[in-house]
Design a protein around this ligand. Structure first.
Ligand code: MEV
Length: 407
């Protein structure tokens, strides 16, 4: 999306003006526009035992990410979420917006194969056999997902590991260990859940033959460490300071006090899991709404985020961190896995999601993941500023009541 015209803000435009603006300033095609206007006749494919549709409003947040201005669609039942994300995006605007770094290729999905009942006297040899046959296993796995290979993806590593388990059923001669084979797959612009699970299923039989065990679980892992996005922003202190008139009385809190309060909130979230959970929910308010609008698997993203927040045996942690900078501005950093893709059956069967992806103008899955993370951090700073200042019932709820009573 190119820089907005100065005359009218997007929120001040009527629907015609908004589409006119999007036609000229985003990747929205004529077809995409028709789909959005005629959404009732462009429903996604029916589901099992279909009885209707859950309709959600879609809002657009204007946000600068890596020096480019985007219009990012958000679908959510909560009206204040889009307003909060827009406010958070604005707070970073003066200092250059949001910067993201995608770790590695950022498009790796991990698969897992579980092997049980390996005879005790063959366990070590079984691990060695898997290692010796890695090239052949890669070939078998890759053949199972030809579209991924055609797109330049494929298995990049296979790592066996053993886990100790209680033997609930005694299998004569079987080991107390299970052999778990983790494998990483470069998925390019696909999220890769189906492709990776198919690969796991294809490799399971040859691994049974190599190890003498029995394959049970064959599925991707949603702990998406190969899709980590680090998003940073500097929030201008002038934008953090609060001066607001609510019901005739003025609430005024200077920037330095607001920043101190926000850091105190962050410190609280680092220690008390009751607060950590709500802090991270605020981040996911943004990320999930973007994911839902863009036809992504919201549950995969949420499970990855919350699992990452407790990764490596540490206590459940806030996904973001805030500090005061030497110039008095507030620095924020969010680290979160974002397993998303531009290529999927769900997107193919959902014309609205396709049109909304056009609006973002995203060209690859890394860019798409960056937008999710940036909106997550924008949402988070906005929520923390509101808590540090006027509080949720004055800051967040009034918008909710306003919207619900006028609709
Ligand atoms: C409400 O949907 C989200 C917040 O509770 C997040 C937070 O407390 O940080 C406001």
């Amino acid at each position: 999306m190119v820089e907005a015209e100065k005359q009218k803000k997007f929120r001040e435009m009527d629907m015609e003006e908004r589409f006119d603006y999007l036609r000229r300033n985003s990747g929205l095609t004529e077809h995409g526009e028709q789909v959005l206007r005629d959404w009732k006749n462009n429903a996604p494919k029916e589901t099992e035992n279909h009885i209707g549709y859950m309709v959600l409003p879609i809002g657009l947040v204007k946000i600068r990410v890596n020096q480019k201005i985007y219009g990012v669609p958000m679908a959510t039942e909560e009206p204040s979420v889009v307003a909060a994300a827009s406010h958070g995006a604005k707070m970073a605007e003066k200092t250059g917006g949001f910067k993201t770094q995608v770790i590695g290729t950022g498009t790796i999905t991990t698969g897992q194969i579980q092997i049980i009942d390996i005879p005790s006297d063959r366990f070590e040899a079984a691990i060695q056999k898997v290692i010796d046959y890695i090239p052949q296993l890669v070939e078998v796995g890759n053949i199972a997902s030809p579209r991924l290979i055609a797109a330049g993806g494929g298995i990049v590593s296979i790592k066996p590991k053993s886990i100790y388990v209680k033997m609930r059923q005694s299998v004569p001669g079987a080991d107390h260990r299970q052999l778990i084979i983790d494998f990483d797959v470069e998925c390019k612009d696909a999220m890769g859940a189906n492709a990776v699970s198919k690969m796991a299923e294809a490799m399971a039989k040859p691994i049974e033959s190599l190890t003498g065990g029995k394959a049970v679980g064959r599925i991707l892992s949603n702990l998406s460490l190969g899709r980590l996005v680090i998003c940073e922003a500097e929030f201008d202190k002038e934008a953090i300071g609060l001066r607001k008139e609510i019901n005739g009385s003025v609430i005024e809190i200077p920037a330095n006090e607001m920043i101190r309060n926000i850091i105190a909130l962050n410190d609280w979230a680092a220690i008390d899991q009751f607060r950590t959970t709500t802090h991270n929910k605020g981040i996911m308010n943004g990320i999930t709404a973007v994911a839902l609008a863009l036809g992504q698997d919201t549950r995969a993203i949420e499970s990855a985020a919350h699992s990452y927040a407790a990764y490596g045996g540490r206590s459940y942690q806030p996904l973001s961190h805030f500090e005061i900078l030497g110039n008095g501005n507030l620095y924020g950093c969010l680290s979160v896995p974002i397993p998303v893709g531009l290529v999927s059956g769900v997107i193919d069967s959902n014309p609205t999601a396709k049109a909304l992806i056009e609006i973002t103008g995203c060209n690859d899955a890394r860019e798409l993941a960056s937008l999710h993370a940036a909106v997550g951090l924008a949402q988070n700073i906005s929520a923390l500023r509101m808590l540090a200042g006027e509080g949720i019932s004055k800051g967040h709820m009034p918008l909710h009541h306003l919207r619900t009573s006028s609709s």
